[in-house]
Design a protein around this ligand. Structure first.
Ligand SMILES: [Zn+2]
Length: 481
């Protein structure tokens, strides 16, 4: 199956005046909502420039073919395409113009994942009636959400006042109490259970947020060519829209983590809504891949002790990104380029500043990057990643779980060997009364039927029959942000 979409912005991008970093984030989301991608049949393979990549010429440069790699049966292997990239000066706001790459491989149900002990890829058939509306906070009166709410039983979920929205400016009292609330948004407060850096100096725990999208394959090809692995924080609404692309991420050995269903700020949602956001994203990943992530990233980094507790109770350890010596975020600002708030050269400078800051902190680091918009992918494969690969002193690029020293199996509930979730010797570990295995049992009991597709936490190797569908929820007007 060949993907070939042309993205277009169908709405004018009128930028509001932005006065704070937090305001920027919210404005970003709102503005991005205005950008609609309209998939169109196209055979275009033209481009504008060459990419400074040392990609291998082999048509099987990703090392995956129909007869190799974990015995994964590949239905179709498409010859690799040369990655092209816009010159920096032409990576601008607004309409996306670049071509997309086809996936190199389409994986069939039953394929063996590269994670030891992981179940075979399940069959996934998209049925719109089975899912909440895309890019909307899911309703909380569904049987699924009621089921997932039971996972909070036995855990101390702080009764914190719910924020007005995810910004500090709109919540002055809560912002003033941010340290007590562990509110990352307003001051960068963290808890020991948060992952915010890699332990080893000059090690970059590399991640990409908000996909999968038709632009992701270009990034995947670059990573494969460079023999790099990363962590993908995926949005449930995107997962059911582009399941084949999620499969390629996972089957290529990248880490998959939860980034909510609709990409809404979480501190202004009710407990039930937070459970719905995490639960539906978790279920989307589980239904498509057969595994349940043990980690999550809150959209916009918007987490406090209430959101943390809910996430941990649901078996999801929070991962944010690093703040530097001046509390400055390791944020490339790539997400501000599509809307015109930041230019491509400014984003590149942000990234170079991050690398320089990385040399003066004692630990490794985690950077915020995205694969939602083509500008973001162009920046990563054309500029950020080549700069990191050529950086002096040499950097070690790894997925975030790997940089923590976790075995890759610990990234998923079905394969983890970690008996002290979220990790040994942490306060949360001593508070958590259930092991990963006990958690699975408890969830299974709460949800009833193991293998049921109605519970994203326990259904595995779904017995649902059907055909693999490449792109299922792609309809004109799907909003992506
Ligand atoms: Zn995000």
């Amino acid at each position: 199956m060949k993907f070939s979409f042309v993205a277009a912005a169908t709405a004018a991008l009128s930028l509001s005046t932005l006065v704070s970093a937090d305001g920027d984030r919210i404005a970003h989301a709102r503005q991005a909502e205005k950008m609609k991608r309209v998939p169109q049949a196209s055979s275009s393979s033209s481009s504008t420039s060459t990419l400074a990549t040392s990609s291998k010429p082999s048509s099987t440069s990703n090392g995956i073919s129909s007869s190799t790699t974990s015995g994964a049966p590949a239905a179709q292997t498409t010859p690799a395409t040369v990655i092209t990239i816009d010159p920096l000066s032409s990576i601008t706001a607004g309409v996306a113009t670049g071509p997309t790459l086809p996936l190199t491989t389409t994986y069939l149900p039953g394929a063996t994942p590269p994670i030891e002990g992981a179940p075979p890829l399940p069959t996934f058939v998209f049925n719109k009636a089975d899912w909440p509306d895309i890019d909307r906070i899911p309703p909380t009166d569904s049987d699924e959400v009621k089921e997932w709410m039971q996972e909070l039983e036995g855990f101390d979920i702080p009764d914190l006042e719910i924020a007005v929205n995810g910004t500090c400016a709109a919540n002055p009292q809560l912002a003033a109490d941010a340290a007590n609330r562990g509110w990352w948004t307003c001051g960068g407060y963290t808890r020991p259970t948060d992952i915010t850096f890699c332990p080893d100096k000059l090690t970059w725990g590399m991640s990409f947020d908000d996909g999968p999208t038709p632009y992701t394959p270009q990034l995947l090809k670059f990573l494969t060519d460079q023999q790099l692995k990363a962590t993908f924080f995926v949005v449930g609404s995107r997962v059911i829209s582009f399941p084949d692309i999620l499969r390629e991420e996972y089957m290529s050995g990248h880490e998959i983590s939860v980034h909510t269903w609709s990409h809404h700020t979480l501190t202004n949602l009710t407990n039930e809504q937070v459970v719905a956001e995490l639960g539906w994203a978790r279920k989307a990943i589980q239904d498509v891949l057969g595994i349940t992530p043990t980690t999550m990233r809150p959209p916009f980094g918007d987490i406090d002790d209430r959101i943390r507790a809910i996430s941990l109770a649901m078996g999801l350890q929070p991962i944010i990104w690093t703040r530097g010596p001046m509390n400055n975020q390791f944020d490339t600002n790539d997400w501000k380029v599509p809307g015109g708030e930041v230019t491509a050269p400014q984003a590149v400078q942000s990234f170079l500043d991050i690398l320089n800051n990385a040399t003066i902190i004692d630990t490794g680091f985690i950077v915020l990057e995205h694969d939602l918009f083509p500008q973001e992918v162009d920046l990563s494969v054309g500029y950020f990643l080549p700069a990191a690969l050529g950086f002096t002193p040499k950097l070690d690029l790894k997925p975030i779980g790997t940089c923590q020293g976790w075995p890759e199996t610990n990234m998923y509930l079905e394969t983890t060997t970690n008996a002290t979730f979220p990790y040994p010797d942490s306060p949360a570990a001593s508070q958590a009364t259930t092991t990963a295995q006990a958690r699975a049992t408890a969830v299974a009991n709460a949800g009833g039927k193991g293998g049921s597709s109605s519970n994203g936490a326990v259904s595995r190797g779904s017995g649902v029959l059907g055909m693999v569908i490449g792109v299922v929820a792609v309809v004109a007007g799907v909003q992506m942000f």
